[in-house]
Design a protein around this ligand. Structure first.
Ligand code: AVI
Length: 349
């Protein structure tokens, strides 16, 4: 675990697993499977994070605008649910653009410690610098890690509350034994990149770490018309296609692969039965690709696919079922005016 410290800012890098070995192992397993696949967690290198930010600005990708609309309208109402100081923990914070609205509302009448957890360290550093300049009283403890690693530290933190070694864990509160309530943010439909079962399990684990004073705010994309969904994931400017292909560029750079990016087409289809967008890279011809660092040659037939992402969409009943399975109580929810997206505030039932 590496740590960088400055006034009001601390960055912790959790490096318990070797990220290179993990990537190499997953790429080898995914590309030798009968139905080839790569995990969407590998989208977010520096370039992938930049492309994702560009996606959020696209006219077709309504999700970010819809969630921002909800936060603009209800940030003060959400902030008013907390009386004293608060620790805001964000899973997959990215550039934290929407979070600013909440931080602004919260900081108007209380002290806030912000704990963004994101896989991409440069993005964390940039967004923290911006937030520290914008909000002169904000304290930030940034954690460069995956959700699961970050969550493990939440679990440690929870144990601290019961009197264990508070000062030894990254999320420990420097202000002493008195811990302010936590608002855990899981925004941007990040829940959609988990299966419904995984989402319920993940939320259940979080529920096991929170107290009755803590809350969780989850952004969920709603089921809707196929045409709207498919164009949100296959935009006219081709940004999502570049984001998808960047996975192959990353394999080329980090594992010394020789993917010809122009020989793979982006495809996004809505699987209505499962309620999810499925993203693929489709080989446009018969080809074989060598990935030197893992000693692998992969053969592709023309039309053969690599499944790169699922993005689940929810009905209100499906959200309810996941919350119930996780043992969470749905305290409040807000939708954008067009009813495309919803924010749910959960408490530990
Ligand atoms: C990060 N995640 C919630 C995005 C989504 O909508 O599933 C990732 C994305 N994939 C293509 N466009 C955006």
């Amino acid at each position: 675990m590496a740590s960088v410290s400055m006034p009001r800012f601390r960055l912790i890098e959790l490096t318990e697993v070797d990220p290179f070995a993990e990537f190499a192992k997953d790429v080898a397993a995914g590309l030798t499977a009968e139905l080839k696949h790569l995990s969407c967690r590998y989208f977010y290198d520096r370039e992938g994070s930049r492309l994702f930010e560009a996606i959020c600005e696209l006219p077709e990708y309504y999700l970010t605008r819809a969630e921002t609309e909800i936060l603009k309208r209800h940030a003060h109402e959400i902030a008013s649910l907390f009386t004293g100081d608060v620790t805001v923990i964000e899973l997959g914070s990215g550039n934290a653009a929407k979070t600013r609205l909440l931080l602004d509302a919260l900081l108007s009448s209380r002290g806030v410690r912000y704990v963004p957890i994101d896989i991409c360290r440069p993005v964390l550093e940039e967004s923290a610098a911006d937030l520290l300049e914008r909000f002169p009283t904000l304290e930030i403890v940034a954690v460069a890690a995956e959700y699961h690693e970050g969550l493990r530290h939440l679990l440690l933190r929870s144990r601290d509350r019961e009197g264990a070694s508070a000062s030894e864990t990254p999320l420990a509160d420097a202000r002493g034994s008195e811990c302010p309530p936590r608002l855990i943010l899981w925004l941007g439909s990040n829940i959609g990149n988990f299966t419904r079962e995984e989402a319920a399990m993940f939320l259940r684990r979080i529920r096991g770490t929170i107290t009755s004073a803590d809350r969780m705010l989850v952004g969920v994309d709603l089921r809707k018309d196929r045409a709207i969904l498919e164009s949100a994931y296959d935009d006219a400017a081709g940004v999502t296609a570049a984001f998808n292909r960047n996975l192959l560029a990353r394999i080329n750079q980090e594992l010394n692969g020789n993917f010809d990016l122009s020989a793979f087409q982006h495809r996004a289809i809505y699987n209505q039965e499962l309620g999810r967008i499925e993203m693929y890279l489709v080989s446009t011809r018969v080809q074989s690709v060598t990935i030197e660092r893992i000693g692998l040659t992969v053969k592709f037939a023309a039309g053969e696919t690599i499944h790169t992402e699922n993005s689940y969409k929810y009905s209100l009943a499906e959200i309810n079922a996941v919350a119930t399975a996780a043992g969470l109580q749905d305290q409040c929810c807000w939708q954008d005016a067009a009813g495309r997206f919803t924010l749910h505030l959960f408490a530990s039932g």
